[in-house]
Design a protein. Structure first.
Length: 198
């Protein structure tokens, strides 16, 4: 029983490794590739809970990135799916959030009273945001994600890691950030995490 369970996990892990090496040229292949990143670092088992996921993220991505400013774009209520709340608790990070929708903004202000929140979108980066050059960014909005990619391409910012929510599972962010020198590291609940290779 134990051996068959071990063998099953090992085979799934091996398939995940193989899937990550599939070239993302066709949509069906991209879906297999994404499945490989959802299995990386035993994420299916160890990352079943949020705490497990954060441990994996800390060990494999955040440990290689400098602490500093962290921007949370389209932050929602500040709790569900929020990486910022965890980074604030962990310490060493200054979190700033943007939320343009009225109800999530009100909930965010109620849930996280100490976090600086802007009641607007961040799609066009100003000098203030560029100067902060955040160490990490997550985005749950398509416009905001396109703005991040554009700003990275223009050389205005260079975060150590970027998390982009991709419900469509199309490889568009993989291509854009890949051309800018970022590598997809893992996918968790349709949030793709990229790390700067430079």
């Amino acid at each position: 029983m134990f051996f068959s369970l071990f063998l099953h996990r090992w085979l799934r892990s091996l398939r995940g490794w193989a899937y990550r090496r599939i070239p993302p040229t066709r949509k069906e292949w991209s879906l297999k590739r994404f499945a490989g990143y959802e299995r990386r670092w035993n994420l299916e088992i160890e990352g079943f809970t949020k705490e497990g996921f954060f441990r994996i993220l800390q060990k494999n991505i955040l440990a290689r990135v400098r602490s500093g400013d962290f921007y949370e774009l389209v932050a929602g209520d500040g709790q569900v799916g929020s990486l910022g709340i965890w980074l604030e608790r962990r310490g060493g990070w200054r979190v700033e959030a943007w939320e343009h929708r009225a109800y999530p903004l009100a909930a965010f202000r109620e849930n996280r009273t100490k976090t600086k929140i802007h009641g607007e979108r961040l799609t066009n980066w100003g000098e203030k945001e560029r100067k902060a050059n955040p160490a990490g960014i997550t985005s749950r909005g398509m416009r905001e994600s396109a703005g991040i990619c554009r700003e990275i391409r223009k050389g205005g910012i260079r975060p150590g890691f970027v998390g982009i929510w991709n419900p469509s599972r199309r490889p568009v962010w993989m291509h854009r950030l890949g051309r800018a020198g970022y590598r997809l590291e893992l996918i968790y609940e349709r949030m793709e995490f990229y790390r700067d290779r430079r």
